[in-house]
Design a protein around this ligand. Structure first.
Ligand SMILES: C[S@@+](CC[C@H](N)C(=O)[O-])C[C@H]1O[C@@H](n2cnc3c(N)ncnc32)[C@H](O)[C@@H]1O
Length: 226
């Protein structure tokens, strides 16, 4: 998979995209991430990318030309499956969207700033708008990092045990059962005995019932979608 990220703050990705599973996926050549500085696509001397809002109002707006130049320049070499704008008024990110996006080959992620981007970019180029939650961030970079991480861990070979991602929260609209590791008894706090029994059928039954119990208690809304 190739992910091209358009941003005015390229350095914000140095940390989150250079560690752990994402770094391993890049090293294994399962993933290529290209960070593009939007200012490189501005034709003005000052590398301007924002301007005042037509009609007045607080907050600057990201200009159409630099973003259009960036997208069209990327499209010269690559055919993109989706051009995604991270935005609080987009569709709220969930596991189904991550699963779906992880099947694609080429994505552009566009990070907004200030008051947001000129509407004409959304109308002409953007194929999907995604929000990471009902709150407002200062910019789309953290949202793009969240989206990238949630997609990349689903790519075949990205995590050592692929079945692990499939048993995570929200796959199948269930929260996971409780998990434990050694020691079996820590200062009197014991691991449920069924997990030590070696009886795989019983263990699976216990996990399913605990997953259901967890979901009923913490996120009963998920069960409506099952
Ligand atoms: C300050 S916000 C703009 C908020 C916009 N004026 C509004 O009221 O919806 C600047 C940028 O941060 C990003 N952003 C903010 N909150 C986000 C969220 N919840 N999910 C995804 N992106 C977000 C978007 O790219 C947005 O263009």
């Amino acid at each position: 998979m190739q992910i091209d990220i358009i941003t005015v703050h390229p350095k914000m990705f140095d940390g989150p995209l250079n560690q752990s599973i994402i770094k391993r996926a890049v090293d294994k050549k399962i993933l290529k991430i290209n960070i593009h500085n939007l200012r490189d696509y501005s034709t003005s001397k000052q590398k301007q990318v924002d301007d005042y809002q037509y009609g007045g109002g607080a907050g600057m707006v990201m200009m159409i030309a630099p973003i259009a130049n960036a997208i069209e320049s990327l499209q010269k070499n690559t055919k993109y499956d989706e051009i995604i704008y991270l935005s609080p008024d987009g569709k709220k990110l969930d596991q189904q969207i991550c699963n779906h996006l992880s099947t694609f080959k080429n994505l552009i992620l566009l990070c907004g700033h200030y008051k947001g981007i000129d509407q004409r970019i959304r109308d002409k180029y953007i194929t999907k708008e995604i929000s990471i939650g009902d709150y407002v961030l200062s910019g789309g970079e953290l949202a793009a990092a969240v989206l990238t991480d949630s997609i990349v861990r689903l790519l075949p070979g990205a995590i050592s045990d692929e079945t692990s991602a499939l048993s995570d929260s929200f796959q199948d609209n269930l929260l996971p059962p409780p998990i434990y590791t050694r020691p079996a008894n820590y200062k009197g706090l014991e691991v449920p005995s069924v997990l030590l029994s070696g009886n795989q059928k019983k263990i699976e039954e216990w996990r399913t019932s605990q997953a259901l119990k967890n979901t009923k208690e913490k996120r009963p809304d998920l069960l409506d979608n099952k």
